[in-house]
Design a protein around this ligand. Structure first.
Ligand SMILES: [Zn+2]
Length: 591
């Protein structure tokens, strides 16, 4: 964590959560809390609660929750750092920063932005003022890209000379070293000369959300390869954490409620010309985790509009599963074979594309369609392959109701029992041992999980009880990973000699899921401070742990027992281990 507990506390104390949220949501007092319409999901009756006493918010409808920082991060779509900065400014708290370091970095970035901007302008001049550039404008027109798009996306042309841009920027006072760092020129290996990175290509400047040029894409004019090259990574450009044109898409995403993801620059340009402004390009078909995080800041629904070959590609499909796993609703626009969105719009027009959007398939349906095409509906073998193919997507569905609905549908289509599919799914999930989320799903709210939640609530609400509980339980005794993380944070805060409170834990973890869970526990669960009940919960957790340990020992004993029975020569170590296990099991039973 970048900020001290004390500093964050000072800011929080000066910024009452009710005041801050009131600036965004109309809140009405309801008993001890305040109530309003949730800004994070559409609703007509308020289920969004803000507690002045706990300084937390929680939506009973969609489960969003957290403290004042989490609210701002979510609503304003900003980082924790930015949220802290914003409230610090509001409340007049000054933030200590490593100013020197930050200034140097900021200056470097600033110079890089300026350099990129100069380069973009230079490329533009070349597009409009050279003969070759004029040819390109005609070529773009032929490909359906209109003047407005050329203007809006600041397209350009990189001349074919080896060092046109290098010379231009040198004259502007940039050194070779700087230009190399900006990855706009390369040092040639042969003669040690500096040469432009982009030559004889149409240039697509890449903008960040603030509208600054962070890098470039360059397309060849003929059929030579590579068709596209992109800027390498720099201080301001990171390939995997950007989506092309997201800056222009923001508003329309908010209006329409979803983002259309296409593959490349031209797809974006053409698609938005047909008034689908909620479009951005992934620049590659496999989405990265950082891109997914970025998307989630703006919407929870994406429509994939890749050409049929890319969309049906296994790597693409796997990356789309990641979107589902991140809780996004994913649909696939089922373009006819041989079309990308740009071709389709140009040849067929706006309404047919809108129809495709309206008829877009859920990711599961899309995958099923591909699997049916590949393996057919008939015959056991085909069905098994279809089920196997769909398991990765089924396994990332977090919502039990939806999962049931999907398995029911597949079972009807394939004439298989739902149970058979669910058994396969369980097997598949067990295959991924590390995926601890499944554990939660399979054991939905069993006794020990409830106990873990209530005890976390107790620790967060009462310092003394918290310390008492931690004498009997350690973080590792909590079976749900998120619970364990929260308890680890509590342990850390105690170790730092600070008083535990929910706010500190939320800030210390700086994790959206943890913030939501803490708010949920504190605002939905009945937290008790009754010593007897608390000991009961502690026992539940300890018993669960013992039962698990016993089960493991029994399993191991069984394996050893069988091994000893069938082998001709008994290994001494096996026998010793078995005796030890039996001794331990006996000991446990006595307890
Ligand atoms: Zn909500």
């Amino acid at each position: 964590m970048k900020f001290s507990y004390d500093l964050l506390e000072e800011i929080r104390n000066r910024c009452d959560i009710v005041d801050i949220i009131s600036e965004y949501v109309h809140l009405k007092q309801a008993g001890k809390s305040f109530k309003g319409l949730c800004p994070f999901h559409g609703e007509k009756t308020p289920s969004f609660m803000v507690s002045p006493e706990k300084q937390l918010f929680h939506c009973f409808g969609c489960g969003e929750g957290g403290n004042v920082f989490n609210f701002l991060m979510k609503y304003e779509k900003i980082s924790f750092f930015e949220a802290v900065k914003m409230l610090a400014k509001k409340s007049g708290v000054s933030l200590p920063v490593d100013e020197e370091k930050e200034n140097i970095l900021n200056r470097q970035k600033e110079r890089l932005y300026k350099l990129n901007n100069l380069a973009a302008n230079y490329y533009r001049e070349c597009l409009f003022k050279t003969n070759q550039g004029k040819k390109i404008i005609n070529y773009l027109k032929k490909r359906g890209i209109n003047d407005t798009s050329v203007e809006k996306y600041k397209l350009g042309y990189a001349p074919s000379d080896w060092d046109a841009l290098t010379n231009f920027l040198k004259k502007k006072g940039y050194s070779y070293e700087e230009l190399t760092k900006a990855r706009i020129i390369n040092k040639s290996k042969i003669e040690g000369k500096y040469i432009d990175y982009f030559r004889d290509r149409i240039i697509f400047p890449i903008f960040n959300l603030a509208g600054r040029v962070i890098g470039f894409g360059g397309r060849v004019l003929d059929d030579s390869l590579p068709k596209y090259i992109n800027s390498p990574e720099t201080l301001v450009y990171n390939k995997g954490s950007n989506l092309y044109s997201l800056k222009f898409a923001k508003e329309d995403i908010r209006k329409k409620g979803y983002l259309i993801i296409v593959e490349g620059y031209t797809d974006v340009l053409i698609t938005q010309q047909y008034e689908f402004n909620n479009v951005a390009a992934s620049l590659g078909t496999a989405l990265t985790a950082r891109q997914i995080d970025l998307i989630k800041r703006f919407t929870d629904m994406v429509l994939i509009a890749y050409d049929a070959d890319s969309a049906g590609n296994m790597a693409t499909l796997r990356s789309l599963d990641l979107l589902v796993k991140a809780g996004l609703e994913v649909k696939v626009i089922d373009l006819p074979q041989g079309y990308d969105p740009a071709d389709f719009l140009i040849k067929k027009g706006r309404t047919p594309f809108q129809n495709l959007i309206d008829r877009s398939l859920s990711l599961i349906d899309y995958k099923l369609k591909l699997l049916y095409l590949k393996y057919g509906f008939q015959g056991v073998e085909g069905k098994v392959k279809v089920v196997k193919g769909i398991l990765p997507t089924l396994s990332v569905i977090g919502n039990e109701v939806e999962l049931r609905a999907q398995t029911k549908k597949i079972s009807e289509e394939l004439k298989l029992s739902e149970e058979a599919i669910l058994i396969e799914l369980k097997r598949y999930k067990r295959g991924e041992k590390d995926s601890s989320h499944n554990f939660i799903k399979l054991n939905s709210e069993s006794g020990n999980i409830k106990a873990e939640k209530i005890l976390i609530g107790c620790m967060l609400e009462n310092e003394k009880i918290g310390r008492d509980i931690l004498k009997k339980l350690k973080a590792k005794d909590f079976t749900v990973p998120l619970h364990r993380q929260i308890v680890e944070a509590i342990e850390k805060i105690l170790k730092d000699d600070k008083i535990i409170d929910s706010q500190k834990v939320i800030d210390c973890l700086n994790d959206d899921k943890a913030a939501k869970l803490i708010s949920k526990i504190l605002m939905e669960e009945t937290i008790t401070f009754d010593g007897k009940i608390i000991s009961g919960y502690v026992d539940t957790i300890n018993n669960f742990k013992l039962t698990q340990e016993r089960k493991n020992l029994e399993k191991r004993a069984k394996i050893l027992d069988e091994k000893i029975k069938i082998s001709e020569k008994i290994e001494k170590d096996d026998l010793k281990e078995l005796r030890e296990i039996v001794r331990q099991l006996k000991g446990q039973n006595i307890n």
